[in-house]
Design a protein around this ligand. Structure first.
Ligand SMILES: [Mg+2]
Length: 177
């Protein structure tokens, strides 16, 4: 198994089929924040992202914001929506915080999905932990400096996945084959 290859890919969180996810036995959705739910530099999540988290709950799945960023950043992004559970400084892709989360929630890896925009943090961490991984395209081209560097390496992985016929990626579209 390729540890970078997501199990599913969507163009954005808006395209995630929550009914299908629930039918797969998913109880918990670990959502990345930067460029997955919110655009870096924006002062908060869009109304759509807030609605998405609401819809996730309505589908019977518990959403958790799961970010390598700081608590202050996560709180700023979720300004006005303090009821969303958030875990910060989770050190993706290390599987420790994923496993800790599963222990806390008494869930198996097969019951946990990870949604994120980066192969090296979200997908690798989710796959190493045995979770169901869902890649979404970054919401913006604005990135933190360290992420910009990782994107260059990430492009090499994308090229290799595309060449081996496992994934197709265009400007605004990504799919697992
Ligand atoms: Mg991200």
């Amino acid at each position: 198994m390729n540890l970078f290859l997501p199990r599913q890919a969507v163009d954005s969180f808006r395209d995630l089929d929550l009914t299908d996810l629930k039918a797969r036995g998913i109880h918990l959705l670990l959502c990345d924040v930067d460029n997955t739910l919110s655009i870096l530099g924006d002062n908060g999540c869009s109304r759509e992202a807030v609605q998405f988290l609401h819809d996730v709950r309505k589908a019977g799945i518990h959403p958790i914001l799961f970010t390598n960023n700081t608590k202050a950043h996560a709180l700023r992004v979720m300004h006005g929506h303090p009821d969303v559970e958030m875990h910060t400084f989770v050190c993706k892709p290390l599987p420790l915080s994923f496993w800790r989360m599963m222990l806390q929630k008494r869930l198996k890896p097969s019951q946990v999905a990870v949604l994120g925009d980066q192969l090296f943090t979200d997908m690798l961490g989710g796959n190493l932990s045995g979770c169901y991984t869902i890649l979404s395209l970054p919401l913006s081209k604005e990135e933190r400096r360290d992420t910009k560097l990782m994107r260059k390496l990430e492009n090499l992985i994308y090229t290799s996945l595309e060449k081996s016929g496992k994934l197709v990626r265009k400007e605004n579209h990504v799919r697992i084959l």
